[in-house]
Design a protein around this ligand. Structure first.
Ligand code: ADP
Length: 597
């Protein structure tokens, strides 16, 4: 129940509303019990059993009976009946007003907590490192932010409402019943531990099933998400049936768990009802004997006792349901908190000074592994300021990883990367990245306007957006960009080359000190290729640039080329120097593996 306690702690900012709702709930309980109590004089009037002459009669009942009797003596039975009915009606109306007022007060609390958790999840995902995201499944994460949060709202927060009202209802009703007939009431209470024991057993097993079901739902959504993303490949490789079977497998596991959840949850009502009705019948039997013997109850009072008792049953049912729901919601809350508790990557606190960007970036003895497997292996490299360094080498040699390390997406396990005297580990990453331009191999675009994509998140500075689009040769397809037209999901309304140029415009907009560039390997037509190339050259000019290069022209123009193999720099020099050397780089160029244009 730790997660439930944490959800409760989120109530703190809403304390005034919670207290108000609790007050309305107390009123509801008072009116609710009072409305049934008000039935007693009505019934006594109808049956003409005033109840003043009973052997054992509690003070409140005697006082009530005397008031009714004296009113009846003055105004007659019919008028008295009329007045008692009106009074009862008023109490019922008040009960319902206060019940609604309690719900009315709590709804901003319920929705507030859910939206708070949604925002926290969203911000947590953004804060986690790309490496941590590698271990998370998108569909599962989305399930946590949707289905799990819904579950928390419906089970836990709804359960909490009942949690204030119904126990009060139970206590209040029992007190009243006790004054009416201690013997009958004690009998009713005796059944409570039996119910509690039964219900707790089923509750524990329900929690297990609920957790499994939510986990399976996460897998399920991941599979769906993957299918939607990879649809063309699935069709082209005729993998429809395999995908369908994979989905069916996950779905059947989910169904199995859900069926078990439903069955266990549905068990709570029958258990509660059977227990309740058994007690009720015993009460009717023993109470009926009291009435027949003319001891402590009139017939009307026994009916009121039974009605009150019947009010207890739904209250008990609500409490047990709330207990189940909280167990169920607890499983979801645990999944949400699991993400919220993930440790965020540490960031240093030193913001790089402007003049530091004039200094070289130095990799010294850098070691970086994924899952214990070294990808960067004791790498030493100096990236000169204001110059272009091209990273070349076989695929899988660690070039992209080097860019990721430079962007601070992850830190080396050994060795250091430093900007002048500043170790990247100690750098405040946000301040560092504000000077960073990143052009990934696959342009990552948002379904918003050109300006929105270029300025990404910040309010677009229109003249700067215009200059960036111009510099990246985007104006021919984005001539009316200022109209705010959106570019479709992932830039679907643009061609491949256009998307790349828009991604370059984004880097121009930042005017970065350090440019990280993963050159696209995807072939474009000659004209697009030339435009992208031109845009890139403009961007790289007089900037510290590290480019994972695939085009011979980019490499030839670079100030230094680092040939990377198995996470180490094997050769370093200019194009001419390395050709002269006749090593691995020269072999690569001679093989014609690099794209000539
Ligand atoms: P390159 O850019 O030179 O092709 P990468 O830097 O992308 O190479 O990858 C280097 C190695 O790291 C590859 O063997 C790849 O399998 C591995 N790798 C890359 N990303 C991950 C990851 N998120 N988890 C585990 N291994 C990874």
């Amino acid at each position: 129940m730790k997660s439930f306690a944490r959800i409760l702690s989120l109530l703190k900012p809403y304390m005034p509303l919670v207290v108000l709702a609790a007050a309305f709930n107390i009123l509801t309980v008072i009116f609710s019990i009072g409305s049934v109590g008000a039935l007693i004089p009505i019934l006594n009037l109808i049956f003409d059993t005033p109840g003043i002459d009973l052997a054992n009669i509690p003070a409140w009942k005697l006082a009530l009976a005397e008031i009714v009797e004296s009113y009846k003596a003055q105004h007659g039975a019919v008028k008295t009946l009329y007045v008692t009915v009106i009074v009862t009606l008023c109490i019922f109306i008040l009960k319902n007003i206060s019940r609604y007022a309690a719900l009315f007060t709590l709804s901003p609390v319920r929705n507030g907590i859910v939206s708070y958790l949604k925002q926290q999840l969203h911000d947590k995902w953004i804060a986690l490192s790309l490496r941590q995201h590698g271990d998370l499944k998108k569909g599962d994460m989305l399930t946590r932010a949707t289905a799990d949060l819904n579950e928390i709202e419906w089970s836990m927060l709804k359960g909490m409402e009942g949690f204030v009202r119904d126990p009060l209802m139970i206590v209040g009703t029992l007190v009243l019943l006790f004054t009416m007939s201690p013997k009958l009431t004690l009998l009713a209470i005796a059944i409570i531990p039996i119910s509690a024991g039964l219900i707790a057993t089923v509750g524990r097993s329900l929690k297990k099933s609920a957790k499994k079901a939510q986990e399976e739902l996460g897998q399920n959504t991941s599979a769906l998400e993957e299918v939607l993303t990879n649809l063309p490949i699935i069709k082209a490789f005729v993998a429809e049936e395999a995908m369908s079977a994979r989905y069916a497998k996950s779905l059947s596991a989910w169904t199995r768990h859900m069926v078990s959840v439903f069955r266990k949850r549905d068990l709570s009502s029958p258990i509660a009802e059977v227990l309740g009705v058994s007690v009720l019948l015993v009460v009717l039997y023993l109470g009926g004997m009291e009435v027949i013997a003319g001891r402590s109850l009139t017939g009307g009072e026994l009916i009121a006792f039974v009605v009150l008792f019947y009010q207890l049953i739904p209250a008990f049912k609500n409490v047990t349901n709330a207990l189940y729901d909280i167990q169920k919601g607890n499983a979801s809350a645990a999944r949400v908190f699991e993400v919220l508790d993930m440790e965020e990557p540490r960031s240093g606190s030193i913001a790089p000074k402007q003049e530091q960007w004039q200094e070289d970036i130095i990799f010294s003895g850098v070691l970086f592994s994924y899952d214990e497997r070294p990808v960067i292996n004791n790498l030493n490299l100096t990236i000169p300021s204001g110059k272009t360094t091209a990273l070349v080498g076989p695929s899988g040699s660690g070039k992209t990883t080097l860019l990721h390390l430079l962007a601070g997406f992850a830190h080396p396990q050994q060795g250091s990367i430093s900007l002048g005297s500043l170790n990247l580990q100690d750098t405040e990453l946000k301040a560092y990245r504000q000077n960073l331009g990143w052009v990934p191999q696959q342009p990552l675009l948002f379904n918003s306007s050109f300006a929105g994509n270029v300025a990404l998140g910040s309010t677009p500075d229109i003249p700067r957006v215009a200059a960036a689009l111009e510099a990246a040769y985007c104006t021919e397809f984005a001539s009316n960009w200022s109209a705010g037209k959106v570019i479709g999901e992932g830039g679907s309304s643009l061609s491949g080359g256009q998307r790349q140029r828009l991604s370059i415009a984004r880097a121009f907009y930042v005017d970065p000190k350090l440019l990280l560039l993963d050159e696209a390997t995807a072939a474009l037509d000659n004209e697009s290729e030339a435009k992208v190339q031109q845009a890139l050259e403009g961007l790289m000019k007089e900037r510290t640039t590290v480019v994972v290069a695939h085009r011979l022209s980019t490499i030839k123009n670079a100030d230094q080329i680092a040939y990377i193999e198995e996470g180490r720099v094997i050769e370093l020099g200019t194009h001419a120097e390395l050709i002269e050397k006749g090593g691995k780089y020269a072999a690569l160029v001679n093989l014609g593996d690099l794209k000539a244009e």
